[in-house]
Design a protein around this ligand. Structure first.
Ligand SMILES: NC(=O)c1ccc[n+]([C@@H]2O[C@H](COP(=O)([O-])OP(=O)(O)OC[C@H]3O[C@@H](n4cnc5c(N)ncnc54)[C@H](OP(=O)(O)O)[C@@H]3O)[C@@H](O)[C@H]2O)c1
Length: 333
């Protein structure tokens, strides 16, 4: 297949391109700046520079590439500062998820691409009621805490637009598996506390497993292909009070601090409290069953240590630490 990957230079894109090449697909991979073109070429793809928010350029590029399949992995989170207001941090990503999705779907349709697969997100999406682990059929959170309504709406828009157009939306868990993962710095600095009882659930996914599920979705046979949403998460959704101490240990950091809810609300905001105490995890049963997906890293318990605990990983994490910005700030840090 000829596969047009938007966001080939990002965290997931750089894992996806080599897996597609290994499966003998031809890949056209985009970045927003020519600086990344050589890297994309080294991964095995034909690089192009593209701004997903320029619909005319998107149409031209996709028509020229004549792809069989289009994959959207564009987010704009690399240099984002996370504050109490998630919508402020996600302004550009929300535009990519709405305007960008529309532009790419229209271009894919015009080019006659048969497959469309897009990055979506699973963690903290589901309604904060009932059991801790949710399937794709469970209701999404319709009453988000203040500061994340636009982000929630953009993700919902993407899921709907992609499936209405006959495509597949992959609700990935929280990515990990790289030396510059976003959680490294705040956890090393003890700026990611356990809030209250730490009973909020998270779902993680190793970047290589996320890429593998993406390839399998693209390669579904014509008979098995249908518009769908899949949770692409690992086997062990877990409460913060379980995974956070393990991550700290894998990073060689001190154990996380514990904050009462009122203090966390004051310093980190409502969203951090929701994530730490109420969020729900996601089930991967549908993706395993329908995509035939098996995970190399079935649980973060193994994956955190494999990623971070080797001396090389620890050194790389340290060198990236200063470039990252924490999710929360402790009052004493
Ligand atoms: N599920 C999750 O947990 C999740 C999801 C997304 C990101 N993250 C994390 O966020 C951090 C940063 O993510 P990232 O490396 O993927 O970087 P990113 O800045 O989020 O970029 C992702 C990809 O989107 C491209 N892109 C950005 N703006 C675009 C635009 N206007 N038009 C077309 N393409 C555009 C980027 O191109 P350029 O490289 O040229 O900028 C890159 O290829 C990483 O630690 C990652 O793991 C986590």
């Amino acid at each position: 297949m000829r596969v047009f990957v938007v966001g080939a230079s990002g965290a997931i894109g750089t894992r996806l391109v080599p897996q597609l090449i290994e499966r003998r697909h031809e890949v056209i991979g985009t970045s927003t700046s020519p600086d990344k073109s050589e890297h994309i070429r080294a991964l095995g793809a034909e690089p192009i520079v593209l701004d997903l928010l320029d619909p005319r350029a998107v149409r031209e590029a996709v028509l020229k590439a004549e792809p069989d399949a289009v994959v959207n992995q564009a987010t704009a989170l690399a240099d984002v500062r996370f504050t109490k207001n998630l919508d402020r941090s996600f302004v550009q990503t929300n535009r990519l998820r709405t305007e960008g999705t529309d532009a790419l779907l229209a271009a894919a349709r015009a080019a006659g691409a048969r497959r469309f697969v897009s990055q979506s997100f699973a963690s903290m999406r589901y309604a904060r009621e009932g059991g801790p682990v949710k399937t794709e059929d469970d209701p999404l959170d319709s009453n988000p805490v203040p500061g994340m309504d636009e982000t929630r709406a953009a993700m919902n828009y993407l899921d709907r637009a992609v499936t209405d157009a006959g495509g597949i939306a992959l609700r990935y868990g929280l990515f990990y598996g790289a030396a510059n993962d976003g959680l490294i710095w705040p956890v090393r600095k003890r700026q990611f506390p356990i809030v209250g009882d730490g009973g909020g659930f998270s779902s993680f996914i190793h970047l290589d497993d996320a890429a593998a599920a993406t390839v399998l979705a693209l390669e579904l046979s014509d008979t098995d292909w249908s518009p769908a949403i899949y949770n692409v998460v690992d086997d062990e959704p877990a409460p913060v009070h379980e995974w956070l101490p393990v991550l700290a240990e894998a990073l060689g950091a001190k154990p996380p601090r514990r904050f009462p809810v009122w203090l966390a609300r004051l310093f980190a905001g409502d969203i951090a409290v929701m994530l730490g105490t109420e969020a729900r995890g996601a089930s991967n049963a549908k993706a395993k069953r329908e995509l035939g997906w098996s995970l190399r890293c079935p649980t973060w318990r193994q994956g955190f240590f494999e990623t971070y605990a080797s001396p090389a990983a620890a050194a790389a994490a340290r060198s990236h630490a200063n470039a990252n910005v924490g999710l929360t700030r402790s009052p004493s840090a």
